[in-house]
Design a protein around this ligand. Structure first.
Ligand code: TA6
Length: 312
């Protein structure tokens, strides 16, 4: 079965490359981990990877920097199973589904194969691509609405990810959404995150108590917080890797910050027991009270812009 799948993929790959590949191998379509189809970007300015499953960015590396995004060495790489790391797209709900806990955690968008819709070479070694997920009988087994979901991604000295949902149905629908970004860091015990000072948050490791952020965010235990009216940019200050990563965002009112720490890491089969020191999540989102209503024919966009700068 796997061979047939790979053969089919191989034939698809030739057709997809004929249609979408860019000169000088700036963008090629290939197979990555587990034989899953993906788009590879490689220019003098930047390298990156996006899997067709979930339009899932798993790598972004401006030339001269270490990998910015993190993926687990224990991740599943199997069609229909979440990839652990990179930028999972949570849609059309975040976390457990409020009405039915048996539905996939963080929605279904990250579990399904998306279509490559467009590719373009930009100036200064930039590459842009668009992937689309359309409502289908498969999505309707989880969620009854008609939609088109696009992930518009630009790789360059910045990583720009725009998640755009169009309501193609005849009734309004409400969505939660997140670009659930995993960052590579030197040591979770030493990083600091700016941008949430004095912002209220739901503390998911303390019975969802409402608290207010005092000073910079640091990690000294399992941390799982939803900052509820958080529109500012964040800066992830990493003294070990000697860099700061800036996370700018537009049309997002929630910021989620997560580090599983020791016990939760051990409890996740697709997460290495000791990997918690080398990663953290800072997520651009609209969740809970910040859920978004999209009317028929309307489009809603949420965008994340990442940049990385060395520090001495
Ligand atoms: O964004 C933080 C969070 O909601 C955590 O509670 C944890 O569940 C994490 O997402 C990972 O979710 P996943 O479904 O990828 O295991």
């Amino acid at each position: 079965m796997v061979n047939t799948l790979l053969l089919e993929t191989a034939m698809d790959l030739a057709a997809l490359n004929a249609k979408f590949a860019l000169p000088h191998n700036a963008l090629t379509i290939t197979t990555g981990n587990g034989g899953l189809p993906c788009v590879d970007v490689n220019t003098p300015a930047v390298s990156g990877r996006v899997y067709f499953q979930g339009a899932h960015v798993t790598a972004w590396k401006p030339k001269g920097t270490a990998d910015v995004l993190w993926t687990s060495a224990k991740s599943n790489w199997e069609a229909g199973k979440p990839i652990r790391g990179g930028v999972p797209l949570c849609f059309p709900w975040f976390g457990p589904n409020a009405a039915d806990a048996t539905l996939p955690l963080h929605g279904f968008a990250r579990l399904l194969p998306w279509e490559l819709e467009a590719t373009r070479a930009g100036d200064a070694g930039k590459v842009a691509l668009v992937m689309v997920l359309r409502s289908s009988p498969a999505t309707k087994t989880w969620w009854p609405h008609d939609f088109e979901l696009r992930h518009r991604i630009t790789f360059g000295d910045q990583l720009i990810m725009k998640l755009e949902v169009l309501n193609t149905g005849s009734a309004p629908f409400e969505i939660e959404e997140a670009q659930h970004t995993y960052f590579t860091i030197g040591d979770a015990r030493q990083v600091q995150i700016t941008g949430c000072e004095d912002v209220e948050y739901v503390d998911k490791v303390d019975n969802k108590k409402i608290k207010t952020q005092e000073g910079l965010v640091t990690f000294s235990g399992e941390t799982d917080r939803v900052y509820t009216d958080a529109r500012a940019s964040n800066i992830l200050i990493d003294p070990v890797l000697k860099r700061r990563i800036t996370i700018q965002k537009t049309d997002s009112r929630s910021t989620v910050i997560w580090n599983p720490w020791i016990n939760k890491s051990k409890a996740m089969p697709d997460f290495g027991d000791d990997e918690w020191t080398g990663m953290c999540c800072i997520e651009t989102a609209n969740v809970a009270d910040a859920a978004v209503t999209v009317n028929p024919g309307q489009t809603h966009q949420m965008r994340t812009i990442l940049s990385v700068d060395p520090t001495d």
